[in-house]
Ligand binder design. Structure first.
Ligand SMILES: [Zn+2]
Length: 121
């Protein structure tokens, strides 16, 4: 019985969903429009799409990393301090790589995590 099977399934479903959305929006972007108002709206829309795509690309990155960690059997261990990540946290955020303490420190800018910085850049 695979230890993290439930999380792997959650993460795989999440990855599929993210990839599907990326594709749909990629198609959206090439729709031409010549009306000035439409272009402005489309540009605003484009920025939003780009923003969401960025967020999703990052999320996808973390999801893939978490899946790698399941394969390596290092899943549910904090990337930074190597303490176990609580099940409650993993249920809420299956792609979490940091324990809640390290995540909070990172959010406050108090944690140096170049590995993660590179990922979220
Ligand atoms: Zn930690």
């Amino acid at each position: 019985m695979e230890r993290f099977r439930r999380y792997r399934e959650l993460l795989e479903a999440k990855r599929l969903e993210l990839e599907r959305k990326q594709k749909v929006e990629g198609l959206d972007e090439v729709t031409p429009s010549h009306d000035a108002g439409d272009v402005a709206a489309a540009n605003g829309h484009k920025e939003m799409v780009a923003m969401f795509q960025n967020m999703r690309t990052n999320l996808l990155h973390f999801v893939n990393l978490a899946l790698d960690r399941i394969a390596d059997d290092t899943y549910a261990t904090c990337f930074h301090c190597e303490e176990p990540i609580s099940e409650k946290r993993l249920n809420a955020v299956p792609e979490a790589l940091l324990c809640i303490q390290c995540q909070e420190a990172l959010d406050r800018g108090q944690l140096e995590a170049p590995e993660l910085g590179a990922l979220s850049a």
